[in-house]
Design a protein around this ligand. Structure first.
Ligand code: M6R
Length: 364
């Protein structure tokens, strides 16, 4: 049942090109995005005043990416909040708001409670859900099904990747309907999304290199992930993977925040992973990485092919194929999933069932 792989996580990592393509294709009709299956009409999309994304764990990290992408493309204000905070906060919700709940299982207690809170206040809800017929899928007004298939490994990989695609398609379609992008840009974004599965496949072909690096880093005490903008959201996911299956303490930091405290934790050989997929922020993050290096850090750079000058500062670099920068998360997350996986394997840990964790958190 593991399809020849040693762990479900590795099998699921390798399923990503397919499930990302399936999820994208499920909302494409005649080459354009069609959200009628999801149940959102053009008029409803035009009337959205604000979007509130609510989720837990990795699904929350998808929400953070969604915030950047939707705000930048569709120019709709987006707030993202952890479901466990949202539900007890008496949030201010406008009647024309759209509340998006992201959940693989569709059973996460806090996410379900957040959905119910929004419904109680008669706010329109959309679930981005993987498990068909789950509580969130049944109770949300609209459902965008991710087609990841069953995910067994506690650490999410393929569900996360399909949730990202769902976010992108919402962003691109909202942007088109609200007149924020031209027809040409619209078609360009769709075409670019269609290239992602193949680019993910290409990254996976180079996994041995990550395995080698991960085995060298398996005794790390702390790992810091730094990035800005969308790259910060990617860092949060990379850091969670490192903690949950490799049991290495890690933190994700908005690179500009380092100076405000965290940099005091950098010692000789501390691993700092810089994520740099956003060209406008590249130099800024590099200079934060260099500051860490001058305090002894060992630097890994994760950036787009072509940014070779990173090698002037980074000790080890992983390149991902070029894509539109809004969609870079789909590629940059792959080496970080592999890092978490290979460190866990090198340490001989139970990759698919890390200690103290359940696949679906159905109690608060
Ligand atoms: O089923 P959900 O998507 O609602 O689950 C949310 C989180 O519990 C989940 O993403 C968790 O953080 C994963 N184990 C991360 O790999």
């Amino acid at each position: 049942e593991k399809g020849g792989y040693e762990h479900f996580m590795m099998k699921e990592i390798h399923e990503q090109p397919k499930v990302v393509a399936d999820t994208l294709n499920s909302v494409l009709k005649d080459g354009e995005i069609d959200l009628s299956g999801v149940g959102l009409s053009a008029e409803e999309i035009r009337n959205i005043s604000e979007i509130q994304i609510v989720a837990c764990g990795s699904a929350y990290h998808v929400g953070m990416v969604g915030q950047y992408v939707i705000e930048d493309l569709a120019r709709i204000p987006v707030r993202v909040e952890l479901a466990s905070e949202f539900r007890y906060r008496n949030p201010i919700l406008d009647k024309n708001m759209l509340v998006i709940i992201v959940s693989q299982s569709g059973e996460t207690a806090d996410s379900l409670a957040a959905l119910r809170e929004a419904k109680l206040r008669e706010i329109k809800t959309l679930g981005i859900v993987n498990v068909v017929g789950s509580s969130i899928a049944r109770e949300a007004d609209n459902v965008f099904y991710t087609l990841a298939g069953p995910e067994i490994s506690v650490a999410t990989t393929k569900a996360y990747s399909t949730q990202l695609i769902a976010m992108y398609t919402l962003a691109v379609q909202f942007a088109k309907i609200r007149g924020q992008i031209s027809d040409e840009q619209y078609m360009g974004y769709i075409k670019e999304m269609q290239t992602l599965p193949d680019k993910i496949r290409r990254i996976l072909e180079d996994k041995e290199r990550i395995q080698w690096f991960a085995s060298k880093q398996m005794n790390a005490k702390d790992v810091f992930f730094v990035g800005r903008g969308i790259d910060y959201a990617i860092c949060m996911e990379g850091s969670l993977k490192m903690k949950e299956i490799s049991y290495i303490h890690s933190e994700a930091y908005a690179a500009g925040e380092l100076k405000h405290g965290t940099i005091s934790l950098i010692e000789d050989e501390t691993l700092v992973i810089g994520v740099l997929t956003q060209s406008a922020l590249f130099e800024k993050t590099v200079s934060n990485m260099v500051e860490c290096k001058s305090r002894g850090a060992y630097l890994m750079g994760l950036t787009t092919t072509g940014n070779y000058n990173i090698e002037e500062s980074a000790d080890f670099t992983v390149y991902i194929p070029e894509t539109d920068e809004h969609f870079a998360t789909s590629l940059a997350v792959i080496p970080l999933q592999l890092m978490g996986y290979y460190v866990s394997v090198a340490k001989g840990l139970d990759v698919d069932k890390p200690r103290n964790l359940a696949k679906s958190v159905t109690v608060e």
